[in-house]
Design a protein around this ligand. Structure first.
Ligand code: C2O
Ligand code: CU
Length: 484
């Protein structure tokens, strides 16, 4: 691929001239710098906790997804994924980002309840120019398996490797025999082993999937576990578009947690669906020595043009037995429901498509590209009906706040959990509840199929304090009726 090709920032979404993608839709507010300084100063560790300092340098590097095949990638600190960051609840993380790429970048903290100026998107800060630096500094309020990734020219920057895991540990975590962090991804390489050319109808419609399946930056690696032991696996789906219905050789495992940390009680399963950007925590094992299991994505139809069969991500080999002291408590946590399943919705958000002269189909929210949604007030319970009116799945992601799923097509979910992404099946209504705590500013939600997000399937909204006047501006008109 030539330099000019991979620096052409429109190639991620062919056929789309994104008028609405300009500075008007994506620019930080005028008081952004002051809000950032305040948030930076206010980030203090809890008593007895510490400040975890990390330097992350985004740069081009050579990487072997497959032994013997060198691919030019973009990674943090020369690796794909970037380093796994680890800290404890109540710590402050201070990340100094240096951009050594040839184009702007920034880091979004996916799933973290940070102040708006630290969210790492181009609606709260100016992207970091080549050669520039930016410091993110925030307190970690929640335990869980989170992740970080670029939020600029995402279709290219994530595909090329600008993402990593962030593990936050709490005080009362179950104690198992070991832990593995598995970051799943897929990449599309050309015959010379470089990132394949971007574009084409299938990629634009389905999202970009690749035939090289990665665990922690390596193609179909071999993982190991000791016979007799039970490990905690923290799994992140960092793919641009691929849905992973994860199976570990069909063996039973227990689901311990999801996006927002532990669930209330372990749930036994033999497969679990991870939409793009989803996380799960599993208790895996015990197995017998010599067993070999396929860690694979089972066939899952999300109504795309290209269908996928069962495909392998890794092989798990069971080594010699070691003693186990794993204890999986029957109760992991208690989660207070935010609202009864029948609570009426305060807002409807519709993920849809619209015929467009320019591109054939537009992926929209409330009938608009880059929708401006109404503000929400701090402390006012949000109950949203998130409607998918299309015939394919979309993963809905809310920045900065965890929500609870109240129902899917009127039916309560199998368990209560905190989520920042939920898959929206075709022609469905998912009712979610969330509480805007006191973190005013600009936030967003979007489809986490990166090509859909880039094409406009996203919305911005303000979180405002109770005493803020909400004027007649564009942000207060009823959703979806502005341009009719
Ligand atoms: Cu991982 Cu805007 O998202
Ligand atoms: Cu989508």
């Amino acid at each position: 691929m030539s330099e000019s090709e991979h620096h052409d920032r429109k190639h991620g979404h062919p056929g789309h001239g994104h008028a609405a993608h300009g500075p008007a839709a994506h620019a930080p507010p005028s008081d952004a710098a002051a809000a950032y300084s305040r948030a930076r100063e206010a980030a203090r560790p809890d008593p007895g906790r510490r400040i975890v300092h990390v330097d992350l340098e985004a740069r081009e590097t050579d990487w072997e997804f497959m032994p013997g095949v060198t691919t030019r990638v973009w990674g943090f600190n020369g690796q794909v994924p970037g380093p796994t960051l680890e800290a404890r609840v109540g710590d402050v993380v201070e990340v100094c980002l240096t951009n050594r790429l040839s184009e702007p970048t920034l880091i979004h903290w996916h799933g973290l309840r940070v102040p708006a100026p630290m969210d790492g998107t181009d609606i709260v800060q100016h992207p970091v120019e080549p050669g520039g630096t930016f410091t993110y500094r925030f307190r970690l309020p929640d335990a869980g398996t989170l992740w970080y990734h670029s939020h600029v020219n995402e279709t290219v920057q994530l595909e090329r490797g600008l993402y990593g895991a962030l593990i936050v540990r709490g005080d009362d975590e179950p104690v198992l025999d070991g832990e593995q962090v598995l970051v799943l991804d897929d990449v599309k390489l050309d015959r010379s082993g470089q990132a394949a050319k971007f574009g084409g109808l299938v990629q634009w419609h389905d999202g970009r999937e690749g035939d090289v399946r990665l665990v922690n930056g390596r193609s179909e690696p071999t993982l190991t576990i000791a016979a007799g032991q039970i490990e905690r696996w923290r799994i992140v789906n960092a793919s641009s578009a691929r849905y992973v219905r994860l199976s570990i050789g069909g063996a039973p495992f227990q689901i311990l947690g999801t996006d927002g940390g532990l669930i209330e009680a372990p749930v036994p399963a033999t497969d679990v669906l991870l939409a793009p950007s989803d996380r799960v925590e599993l208790a895996v094992g015990p197995f017998e020595e010599g067993e070999e299991l396929a860690v694979e994505a089972l066939a899952y139809s999300r109504s795309t043009i290209k269908r996928r069969k069962t495909e392998r991500f890794a092989t798990l080999r069971v080594g010699p037995a070691r003693p186990s002291s794993a204890v999986i408590p029957e109760r992991l946590r208690s989660i207070t429901p935010l609202a009864a399943p029948s609570t009426p919705a305060t807002r409807t958000v519709e993920f849809g498509i619209k015929l467009s002269l320019r591109s054939g189909i537009d992926f929209v929210v409330n009938k608009e590209l880059h929708h401006q949604d109404k503000p929400v007030r701090v402390g006012e319970l949000q109950v949203w009906d998130v409607v998918n009116s299309t015939l394919m799945d979309h993963p809905f992601h809310l920045h900065g706040f965890f929500f609870q799923v109240l129902s899917v097509n009127g039916k309560p979910p199998a368990w209560l959990s905190w989520e920042d992404v939920v898959n929206l099946p075709p022609r469905s209504t998912t009712r979610i509840a969330w509480m805007p705590d006191d973190r005013p500013g600009r936030w967003m939600y979007h489809c986490h199929i990166l090509e859909h997000h880039a094409a406009g399937m996203m919305a911005h909204f303000d979180v405002v304090r109770g005493d803020t006047e909400v004027g007649e501006g564009s942000s207060v008109s009823p959703a979806g009726h502005r341009h009719d």
